[in-house]
Design a protein around this ligand. Structure first.
Ligand code: NAD
Length: 478
């Protein structure tokens, strides 16, 4: 209990406690590990006022000085890697080895954005004599950010990094299940000398906070990662004020396995990646479309690797997969599996809750699942994979595109001609060939269709946190 940090709001440079608190559970043991403060309206008003003041200071701080503070905070987080990783594992259940990597990825988001924030160049447009047209990028203002529970440190890190590197202030509401990652980020920024009001953290009931903050004039950008359903609600709220949004929403990643690769190697790689973070990743590969010639050997190696997955408490160094984030996810996953089996899908392994204590779900593999099954239309967001055969690449692309989502998509092939067809044909914001990595600090990440709007990462990501201003300067009054 003692190694889990005390959770408080952080507003205007002060740690703030509230009268109402909710329990924070360890999903591996169901034991209470801390208490979540619930923000009231007065805390939100204070955060809005503080962020206004913070913006005045931070937007007028030189990009190089901003980078210095961000890099110092990232260095402190690297030094505190073990402490932060243990908090993540306690609140989310993720294997400690994955939590350590998450901390480093979060630091990389800060480091890349800190550097790139110094290169938010404008341009000078060729003009007639006596007049200059200048395009400048300026920080957009105060950002309302909402981050989910599946990466308790790197998800808030990504949003805070984009905002601070661009000269914005931010009010972030991290997920109620996993608040410690953001608390560690704030601690590092306090120690790095970030001025008060630039970064503010609220916890509480998500809808109470988003519905109060988003319509306010002080908010100039809404940045959300989470489900498409909630993303739509927040976008509707933002539209009342014409406030721009950055929406990283759900995916339902397809994997097309062509007939020119080693199916056993592709099967093992895919199985390891599928079970990462208990499948609770918006880019998690779920719908596998495997060329019929390779379906059997791919399935064999995939299932064999899944059966070797060591499920347990994430604090155990040997654990490959922890529990799912909260109890509600168990019923949702069971419904996906039962529906698929009822419609004729074959359960190859897993399929139920594992053990009575802790929110563990068995690593699960289904095959021959019909297109109308729920799991072929909605992402399970858990350790469940579907391995279906296809007869051609065209069929694979058609099935990949058959859902309203388009975030990450994957394929295994060594054929340049196949890659060409995939690049042209697959509807997704991110296409990865022969690798199941989809999101890095330096590459733009985001979706098409119902998977969202905008990009995080790369210079595309930082641009969302800026506004473009065109300046026309005539040398004489005309
Ligand atoms: P959920 O939609 O209730 O919650 C997901 C996240 O959204 C939580 O962190 C929550 O705090 C936040 N949220 C919910 N309502 C909100 C509101 N009105 N205003 C602001 N924030 C709000 O669902 P859940 O059962 O916790 O998670 C399941 C689904 O969420 C998954 O199926 C997946 O699609 C989605 N999800 C996506 C990501 C992602 O990285 N894209 C991450 C976590 C969850």
């Amino acid at each position: 209990m003692s190694e889990y940090p005390e959770i408080k709001l952080y507003v205007g440079g002060d740690w703030v406690q509230t009268s109402e608190k909710l329990p924070i559970l360890n999903p591996a043991t169901e034991e209470e590990i801390g208490r979540l403060p619930v923000a009231e309206q007065s805390h939100m008003d204070d955060a809005l006022a503080a962020a206004q003041e913070g913006f005045k200071v931070w937007s007028q701080t030189s990009p190089m000085e901003r980078a210095r503070v961000i890099l110092k905070a990232a260095q402190l987080m690297r030094e505190r890697q073990e402490e932060i990783a243990r908090s993540i594992t306690l609140e989310l259940g993720k294997p400690i080895r994955q939590s350590r990597l998450e901390v480093i990825r979060g630091c990389e988001f800060f480091e890349w954005d800190a550097a790139e924030g110094q290169r938010l160049y404008g341009r000078v447009i060729p003009s007639a004599p006596g007049i200059r047209y200048m395009v400048v990028r300026q920080p957009i203002g105060n950002v309302a950010a909402f981050s989910p529970w599946n990466f308790p440190m790197s998800q808030p890190a990504r949003k805070i990094a984009g905002a601070l590197a661009s000269g914005c202030s931010v009010i972030i509401k991290p997920a109620e299940e996993t608040p410690a990652g953001a608390v560690h980020i704030v601690r590092a920024f306090v120690d790095a000398g970030l001025p008060p009001g630039v970064l503010n953290v609220l916890f509480g009931r998500p809808a109470d906070i988003s519905s109060y903050l988003i319509p306010r004039d002080e908010i100039r950008l809404v940045a959300f990662t989470g489900s498409t359903v909630v993303g739509r609600q927040l976008t509707t709220l933002a539209s009342e004020n014409m406030t721009p949004v950055l929406m990283e929403l759900g995916g339902h990643a397809p994997v097309i396995v062509c007939d020119d690769v080693d199916p056993a190697v592709a099967g093992v790689t895919s199985a390891i990646r599928k079970m990462r973070n208990s499948g609770q990743v918006c880019t998690s590969p779920t719908r596998f479309f495997i060329h019929e010639q390779h379906h059997e050997p791919f399935t064999e190696s995939f299932v064999e690797r899944v059966l070797a997955t060591k499920v347990g408490d994430g604090l155990d160094e040997q654990t490959d997969m922890g529990p799912v984030a909260h109890e509600g996810r168990l019923a949702a996953l069971q419904n996906f599996v039962d529906d698929a089996v009822k419609r004729g899908g074959k359960l190859l392994t897993g399929g139920s809750r594992k053990a009575n204590k802790g929110f563990f779900f068995e690593p699960t593999v289904l095959s021959g699942v019909p297109d109308d099954a729920l799991i072929m239309r909605e992402e399970p967001f858990g350790p469940v994979a579907v391995l279906n055969p296809i007869s051609s690449l065209d069929e694979g692309i058609e099935k990949a595109n058959s859902v309203p989502y388009g975030l990450a998509a994957y394929a295994f092939t060594h054929s340049a001609a196949n890659v060409d067809r995939l690049v042209d044909g697959v509807e997704a914001g991110n296409l990865s060939i022969n690798t199941l990595e989809a999101s890095l600090p330096e590459t733009p990440f985001g979706g098409v269709k119902s998977s969202g709007y905008g990009r995080e990462g790369g210079d595309e990501g930082l641009h969302h946190y800026t506004v473009v201003k065109n300046v026309s300067h005539s040398m004489t009054i005309v």
